[in-house]
Design a binder for this molecule. Sequence first.
Ligand code: G3I
Length: 453
Amino acid sequence: MRSLRSGFSPASLLTGAATLVTLGALLVAAPAAQAADTPLRDLAAAKGKAIGTAVTGSKLTGTYGDIAGAQFNWLTPGNAMKWETVEPSRGTYNWAEADQIVAFAQAHNQQVRGHTLVWHSQNPDWLENGTWTPAELSTLLQDHISTEVTRYKGRLAAWDVVNEPFNEDGTYRSTLWYNGLGADYIAQALTWARAADASAKLYINDYNVEGVNAKSTALYNLVKSLKERGVPIDGVGLQAHLILGQVPATFQQNIQRFADLGVDVAITELDIRMQLPASEAKLTQQAADYKAVLDACVAVSGCSGVTVWGFTDSDSWIPDVFEGYGAATPYDENYVPKPAYHAIATALGGTTTPPTGACTATYGVTSQWNTGFTGQVRIACSGAALSAWRVSWSFGAGQRITQAWNATCTQTGAAVSCVNASYNGTVPNGGSVTFGFNGAWSGSNPVPAVTVG
Ligand code: G3I
């Protein structure tokens, strides 16, 4: 029997053999820069909260800059203020990226969280590899803090003065500073920072301290004792590098106990990583997790706000460090807001408006022979965008899918469900994605009604 159709003819997809459907249930709003939704920063301001993001200075143009400026009222330099960046050789300073970020923030009426003055990581080689007496180390640290804090005096709202001082069991981490100067390096650093800028709020910042546990209790006891000693400590930063589905049950309780000590609490580095590829179910869980974090901060008056550690998956540290994990931020790599973005907005009192545009799927048979056929589905978005998709239909004449590409298709009885591959979940506004399949048929091969499910 001869082939009824051979080869792919685009026209065949647009004739009566094609079916148009709207993927309403899977719609994600268009990039916020184009959306009518109230920006996160306005929602946060109405609640008296900060909503921030870590940024990379060199990227603050184009869409990245537009979103950073429009959606957030706080910025944290992701790397630009770390010691290895600002003083790569002893006595040689490089303030370019830090200055750029501070200028951007001022131009966009944003506050800046300085990050970070005293850490065991991202220190310059000359410092790490040097041999220092305690007195020399103390002088080096005081000079570093005085120089950097003075440079931005009056322009930064907060400083992460000391970063990650604890081990998981609540003992002090063995670092250049702890080993050389003892635990009091923390009090000294805070005191030097206050001397250089009386107005910036001074924080200690750490990870895995979001719930009540040995590490957060050690931090709690430290802050309590610093307060009792009159050491300048204004806030505690809970980094919140979280894993999908694992927001600690004691998160709000923990925020509250720090607030009850009389310090501000900030969520300073929020991201929620998942095993790749992302799926609709994972993105939905992630949205719930983001909302839980925001809800906890909103519920405690002493929680000053939430900063995400990069707002787009294209600027996230996660894939570099946790192999196979990613998709941790509120926007995907193409700046499409994910369900997590809308969850943040909702937690801040916003109502997300449904996107005005639509994404449509077009089913077509591109070739057919005696027992088999090749089909194709094209998903196209206009005025909307997708960050994950699923196209479903029911075959009406016993057809069966035998093979699919650029999607994962499953068939149970007549019901077919195709979800995106790891690399093509995003359909940007104005863009399209196509997947194909081979199928078996006999008797007839009618075009199914394609639905969302
Ligand atoms: O700038 C160089 C570039 O020139 C070079 O080509 C490239 C090759 O790897 O490396 C670049 O430096 C990287 C730097 O980020 C800037 O992108 C470093 O390798 C990389 O290690 C560094 O990672 C940073 C990480 O801290 C280091 O621990 C992440 O960007 C930064 O987001 C992350 O942030 C920390 C917070 O400061 C503290 N809390 C944890 C958080 C995540 O680790």
